[in-house]
Design a protein around this ligand. Structure first.
Ligand SMILES: [Zn+2]
Ligand SMILES: [Zn+2]
Length: 344
């Protein structure tokens, strides 16, 4: 391009951006109201003796049911632990969602993707690249009209952020996994899962963060170094305790993830995002509102934290940390300025 026309193009582009910024400050995209919806707590990642867990499926299911979980996914490695065999445990208070941890690899990288609401076992694919391996796994799950979530990318330092960015048709990513060797918070030259999440969101990949147990050990001592249950879960906004209703709500981001804090309400208007925290005992809470690139936009120490849009935000998400260090991650609320990356 000729230097003068390049200069002109820059001036025009800058002028256009400036006009857009002043004329159209961000507004939150207000989610549709869902009358009759309530919160349902569940874990989407648990193993049994059908793969490498230490406890039989019925006992694993009972562990969760007796602790008032509303739903559970038994996700054995490349095995379908069919809830139909556990029908006597399911009632109006507890649902087993059919699942599998589709488990494959590329060279030394572990590629594990959970499949929620499967109808049959999904064969683990192979490919000649890491991206291809992840993509084929996601595609195989979608082909069964099941919902994929990409598991513990930092396990064996397997799936980097650039690869996660290029995967298509996935909406769910484990940002907390209760297994002791999955490196949730990263280290050295490798980002933690929350930083990776913001990097993906900032570049235009709409993806939601989930917390899971990845429980293997229900017997013997419960200890930090063991993969015990009860560490991470999701709380889904759903109208009924129904498999399709719950997995669709997950896939569309109508939930929060937690390792402790309980959220009573999330309210979004065009200009404000507000949250009501349910207090546990005498716990105290600190809420951070997080924007693009993981920037902390505001901190609120009340039980009803709120954030008013200033104008340049593309998304805002909420992190609530309680006085024990446990965390709740709310899903990003996108604004009119958010640009989802084009699907190649
Ligand atoms: Zn795994
Ligand atoms: Zn697992």
């Amino acid at each position: 391009m000729h230097s003068l026309s390049l200069l002109l193009a820059c001036v025009v582009a800058t002028g256009g951006l400036a006009r857009t910024a002043t004329a159209q400050p961000a507004r939150f995209l207000v989610p549709e109201r869902a009358p009759g919806a309530r919160w349902l707590k569940g874990n989407t990642h648990a193993h049994t003796t059908n793969s490498d867990g230490d406890t039989a499926p019925d006992e694993v299911a009972r562990w969760y049911k007796s602790r008032k979980y509303d739903f559970l996914v038994l996700s054995d490695h490349n095995v379908f632990t069919d809830p139909a065999t556990l029908a006597s445990l399911m009632d109006s208070t507890f649902l087993l969602i059919p699942g599998e941890e589709v488990t494959t690899a590329f060279q030394k990288a572990a590629v594990h993707v959970n499949a929620l609401a499967i109808t049959r076992v999904i064969a683990a694919p192979r490919d000649s690249t890491l991206l291809g391996t992840v993509q084929k796994t996601v595609d195989a799950i979608r082909a069964d009209h099941a919902v994929p979530h990409i598991n513990h990318p930092n396990f064996l330092w397997s799936i980097d952020t650039a690869t996660l960015f290029r995967v298509k048709n996935d909406r769910l990513l484990e940002i907390f996994n209760g297994h002791p060797t999955v490196h949730n918070i990263g280290g050295g030259d490798w980002p933690g899962m929350e930083d990776a999440w913001d990097a993906l969101l900032t570049r235009g990949k709409k993806i939601y963060g989930i917390a899971v147990d990845d429980a293997h050990h229900f017997q013997g001592e419960f200890a930090k170094a063991r993969a015990n249950p009860g560490r991470g879960w999701v709380v889904v906004r759903a109208r009924s305790r129904d498999t399709r209703e719950i997995v669709t709500a997950l896939d569309e981001g109508r939930f929060y993830a937690s390792t402790g804090p309980v959220i009573d309400a999330i309210t979004v208007t065009e200009s404000e995002l507000s949250v009501t925290i349910t207090r546990t005992g005498d716990f105290k809470y600190t809420t951070q509102f997080v924007g693009a690139d993981g920037e902390i936009l505001a901190t609120d120490k009340s039980l009803t934290p709120s954030y008013r849009l200033r104008g340049p935000e593309t998304y805002v998400r909420v992190r609530v940390v309680d006085s024990s260090g446990a965390t709740a991650w709310l899903q990003p609320v996108f604004t009119t300025r958010y640009r989802e990356r084009p699907t190649p």
